[in-house]
Unconditional design. Structure first.
Length: 105
């Protein structure tokens, strides 16, 4: 495998950026967001040591569903364009549902 930023790590970076974008506007930590969809095009390789910058905007709010348009660059190339959907959750209710699922196993 080449020594470049892997797409899976880029997905994590995009999710983290959206969390940072939205947390000041929700009742965190009671409210949190979870990713429910991502669609991206990873178009250029980024070698180790480069800084990746993610920019984005909140495109749509449908109830508790948030849709973001994102771009990422490494200072040389635009490396990614993406859309990402996140859902605002009540952390206690969500964690209780996960605990029930785990206990049912």
């Amino acid at each position: 495998m080449p020594e470049v930023l892997a797409t899976g790590f880029l997905v994590g970076l995009l999710e983290f950026a959206c969390i940072r974008f939205v947390n000041p506007y929700i009742d965190w930590p009671r409210q949190q967001t979870v990713g429910i969809q991502i669609n991206l095009s990873h178009t250029a390789a980024t070698p180790p040591g480069f800084s990746v910058t993610v920019t984005g905007r909140l495109e749509k709010v449908e109830g508790r569903k948030l849709t973001f348009a994102l771009e990422a660059g490494d200072g040389v190339d635009s490396i990614c364009r993406a859309t990402h959907e996140r859902f605002i959750i009540d952390a206690d209710k969500f964690n209780a549902g996960v605990a029930r699922k785990k206990a049912a196993r």
